[in-house]
Design a binder for this molecule. Sequence first.
Ligand SMILES: Cc1cc2nc3c(=O)[nH]c(=O)nc-3n(C[C@H](O)[C@H](O)[C@H](O)COP(=O)(O)OP(=O)(O)OC[C@H]3O[C@@H](n4cnc5c(N)ncnc54)[C@H](O)[C@@H]3O)c2cc1C
Length: 362
Amino acid sequence: MQRRNILVVGAGPVGSVAALACARFGHRVTLLEAQERIDDSPRASTTQPPTLEILAELGLIDEYIAQGLVARTFQFWDRPTRRLIAEFDFSRLRGETAYPMVVQTEQHKLANMAIKRLRCMPNAEVLLGCAVSGISQDEKQVVVAAGERHFAAEYVIGCDGGRSTVRKQIDIEFEGYTWPERFLVITTKFDFQAELGCCLRTYMADPDEWTNLFKVAGDDLKGRWRAVYNTRPDETDEEALSDDSVRARLARCYAPNADWLHLNLYSVHQRVAKNFRKGRVFLCGDAAHVNNPIGGLGLNCGIHEAWDLASLLGGDESKLDAYERRRRPLNIKYVQEQTVANKKQLEERNPAQREKRFEELR
Ligand SMILES: Cc1cc2nc3c(=O)[nH]c(=O)nc-3n(C[C@H](O)[C@H](O)[C@H](O)COP(=O)(O)OP(=O)(O)OC[C@H]3O[C@@H](n4cnc5c(N)ncnc54)[C@H](O)[C@@H]3O)c2cc1C
């Protein structure tokens, strides 16, 4: 195996994991992050069993579980009738995985955990406050510009999120579309499990407005819930974020007197980069694809890419095309198609179709 000199752009969860995986394979790694600190706004937290296996390989699993919550089940409800439709028990996966569970740990914790490990490794360097602005490459190397500074490497992994500068610099199209509605995340201390009898991961279908509920640990490990809703396409930011509208949304989810700690309103896309590689530059995570979060697949897919690519980079250069050949169709076929299907399932309007879908889940 060859020891490479690798630059990773973006210290979100995917970039931090990519850098840690590369460093553990013995490569010389520099991780460049634009911000001075890791963004801790509420984003992804769902971690599926195969991803937990990767985190175990990276030596992160114990801390990851300790900083999160273990969900043993997943429930699907019909919200208008307050009816539990189906419950899935992850322990049925016992024997197929060492981790028959979903772990809900906020994504900034993963990034910070990986960065902490990287800072202890002699072959790794983490530079915060270092925004990449330009990239040029030839057959031998890539040079990345970040303000006045320049970094040369054999390979660059662009993990700089949906608006990726790396992707734009290497002129790769981001094909797909943006949904007309946005998603609103209400973070609350209201205990949906105690009050409604739902579990830590609960999806509630409703043709007018669905709700997905998750419990996360929070930085204080005291626990809080995230209630995710779709907004109406014509709803303004002011309206969606107004006290009256937030209170009404919580009431429609049977939490009429709940207070909230935080609101997050964001646009949702289904997009995949036309290529995941150009020469010595690779794209991983949201830089390569974005999708709606229903099903918790996007970040998981990014972590798998980071792991896959890190294990390829020390090998024969002629094998590097396997990365795009494997990962791009996989994202289109499973992550894009499944997340669109998940969204449709939550908002199906036709009553007969709804009941048919519920029956399939049972
Ligand atoms: C508001 C919001 C809410 C979300 N909620 C959910 C959810 O509930 N469930 C779910 O599954 N998914 C959710 N997602 C998606 C999920 O957060 C992403 O899939 C995940 O963050 C992808 O990780 P990443 O490391 O690829 O990118 P990011 O987390 O976006 O990290 C990119 C990093 O690159 C850095 N960066 C950007 N440009 C540069 C540059 N030029 N130079 C250096 N560094 C740079 C950024 O500062 C950032 O640290 C949400 C996304 C958003 C935007």
